[in-house]
Design a protein around this ligand. Sequence first.
Ligand code: CP
Length: 310
Amino acid sequence: MNHILRSQQFDRHALEALFAATDELGRQYDTPEGKSKLRTVCEGKLLFALFYEASSRTRFSFCAAAHHLGMASVQTENAREFSSAAKGETLEDTIRCFCQFDPDVIVLRHHETGGADRAAAVVDSCGYRVPIINAGDGRGQHPTQGLLDLYTIRRECGRIDDLTVVVGGDLANGRTARSLAYLLAKYSGIKLIFLSPKNLGMGEDILAHLEKYAVPFKETEDLDEALADADVLYWTRVQTERGSVNYTLDLTLRRAELARMKSKAVILHPLPRVDEIAKEVDADKRAAYFRQVRNGMLIRMTLLKQLCAA
Ligand code: CP
């Protein structure tokens, strides 16, 4: 099955093809005729968005993407409360039951690392033909966020190779940073700088992966040096819902920090932000995080289109 479970499953060729298709879809979407034609692409198809954890962007962008392709969507927020999980139903039973309703795609956000793998295993073992899209699994991964982040880097910088990317914040618990690191490792001339308090450093599994593929990286707590080096600054929040606490570093980006960055640097954030990017940064042309959200819908439209055609 064409499940989307982790970013490592995309090779560079697949990424380039996805990004070219998204460019093309975006051009089409930007014309009234094209937009109306896109509304017929997935007509009669059905998407389930099953979210056990809170979400604004991922859930709504998948449902908006489905709408713009003419695909129906059925969704639940907080499935731990609003699905029969509240009565004790297992994820496996829920997925098995949902497959009886013939969805064409299930988008799943789960609070446990490996939740999407468990759902995909049920689909595969029961012989259903329903792709599972991992929309975030605990501290694991968020592959479509990684794809939209990488696509945004490509659009904003005009390339992905030969960039210094500073990934900052709660890297121990931030699944988006993990998915992006795997994707960046596929490109050449990439240098990664992980900026975080020591207690929130990037996972050993990611560091081992980078070492295996000879991707240069360093871990630091030196904000000034990291900002000066960055072509791309990927900022993330402290994940208090996973018990994270930042004891040591002030990781707030304000106008003063921007003054230390390259004039053509790009600032990304998966959002939601809390207070790690001051609102005064939003007006800076290097702040690309709202454009990033728009790119996310286009990437998800392209993925849905491809999955429905498969
Ligand atoms: N970036 C992201 O996953 O946002 P949500 O949690 O709002 O979906």
